[in-house]
Design a protein around this ligand. Structure first.
Ligand SMILES: [Zn+2]
Length: 441
């Protein structure tokens, strides 16, 4: 009996160990593909442009190249009219219904700094010395303490005349490598997976033409974060508040008779009443929001003054208080000064915390631990693609590290190792979510 029992047990143990090491080896097998893929992507100019009707010719070229590369994997790929690339992979599980895992990244690069004609420099076995680039650009430990961790490792920089574009071509590299892995290993168990690669993130429009029939997962993870382990679990909600005061034309000397009304005074008073200096950005930190009147315009022909506010907050109640204060000031000034005042609020992005499922973090954290990564959750005083999706479509997601450092700068650089670890995290996420049932258990 003992012998009979011992044999199957040993087999089970061996089998179990075999799966674990195969998983490790599987990821390692794809590591060598990642750097050349990244280098290829950063050399395609794909800057977004705030003034573009929708997108730039460079972005179109990048989108086309990505679509062709991904389609060749043989996965169900959809290239939308608005140049989003979607891949919807059906579940291959027969015994349970797993929730839908969503993974996203963006292929545009920032318009804030030149990203055309990028000449990537690969530094292997980094020796720890300051990296001197063209135009006097230097990357060193002083400006960049995290660089200390890169001694002996591979990093990539630009030549100093452009940014690198690791934001977010590191994320794109991770997603495409994940798709290649899934296509070439069809027996790897997974639930339904939705992948989207978007344009226009750096001009705040990546969620604008997202088609929910192709991307509306239960758990969404955006690969667009920074250093090893970083996870953005919360971010600012952002509202644009435009207040206009409509004056009445006429000669001011006879205002008592002709009804002339000035439009500057109501706006000046409204700013004083609704946006005291203690709520300005320079007096806000941590999880505190702010209200900034950052731009005033006058249309003389129509006698209209306009103030454009930036409103930022983590806490919905705090945001609502600001909005109430603006509306109250507008109402009482309209009455006191006898002018029409209009308040218009546009939601730009929203804190993902309002729309994330409670187990989304534990899934990610398990996937990270499997990859030897310690999760470093943080809250961002800015917006993310997930935050734009949250504002427009009401479901939130976390932003995961990709190995990009110093985005939107001539000194931007990539950690090859962190990019590879992030890919392992993505692969582990597939495994984590596949083990769940739709009930969320
Ligand atoms: Zn980005």
């Amino acid at each position: 009996m003992r012998k009979l029992l011992a044999l199957p047990l040993a087999l089970v143990l061996l089998f179990g160990a075999g799966i674990a090491s195969a998983k490790g080896n599987l990821a390692d097998k794809y590591r060598a593909d990642m750097l050349p893929r990244f280098i290829k992507y950063v050399q395609i100019d794909s800057m977004s442009d705030v003034n573009a009707e929708w997108m730039t010719p460079g972005q179109e070229k990048m989108a086309q190249a990505l679509y062709e590369e991904i389609k060749a994997f043989g996965l169900p790929t959809y290239f939308s009219e608005d140049k989003y690339i979607y891949v919807n992979i059906p579940s291959n599980l027969s015994n349970r219904q797993a929730p839908v895992l969503g993974i996203s990244a963006h292929y545009d690069t920032t318009p804030d700094i030149i990203g055309v004609n990028v000449k990537p420099q690969v530094i292997k076995n980094y020796d720890g010395k300051p990296i001197v680039l063209k135009n006097g650009q230097v990357i060193d430990f002083e400006s960049d303490p995290y660089l200390r961790n890169m001694i002996g490792k591979t990093i990539v920089t630009s030549d100093g005349t452009t940014n690198l574009g690791a934001d977010d071509k590191a994320g794109v590299t991770i997603l495409v490598t994940l798709l290649q892995t899934l296509a070439e290993n069809p027996k790897l168990p997974h639930g339904p997976i939705q992948v989207v690669i978007t344009p226009n993130e750096d001009v705040g429009r990546s969620a604008e033409r997202l088609e929910l029939q192709y991307y509306h997962p239960d758990y969404a993870y955006d690969f667009d974060g920074g250093v090893n382990g970083e996870v953005v679990i919360g971010n600012f909600s952002a509202d644009r508040v435009v207040v206009t005061a409509q004056g009445i034309n006429g000669h001011q000397s006879f205002a008592a008779e002709n009804g002339y009304r000035n439009s500057a005074k109501p706006i000046a008073d409204l700013i004083a009443a609704a946006a005291p200096s203690q709520n300005l950005p320079n007096n806000s930190s941590g999880e505190e929001g702010y209200l900034e009147p950052h731009h005033i315009e006058y249309n003389a022909t129509d006698n209209i003054h306009m103030v454009d506010f930036r409103l930022r907050y983590f806490d919905q109640k705090e945001g609502q208080n600001y909005l109430n204060r603006i509306q109250r000031a507008a109402d009482s000034l309209a009455q006191a000064l006898d002018v029409a005042i209009n308040v218009e609020v546009t939601k730009q992005y929203e804190n993902v915390e309002y729309g994330v499922k409670p187990e989304a973090f534990s899934l990610l954290s398990a996937a990270m631990k499997d990859a030897g990564v310690t999760p470093q959750p943080k809250k961002e005083r800015a917006g993310t693609t997930s935050a734009m999706i949250m504002a427009k479509h009401g479901f939130g997601g976390y932003t995961v590290f990709t190995g990009q450092n110093n985005p939107h700068a001539f000194t931007e650089w990539l950690s090859e190792e962190d990019m590879f670890k992030a890919y392992k995290v993505a692969l582990n996420l597939v495994n984590q979510v596949a083990q769940m049932n739709v009930s969320g258990k």
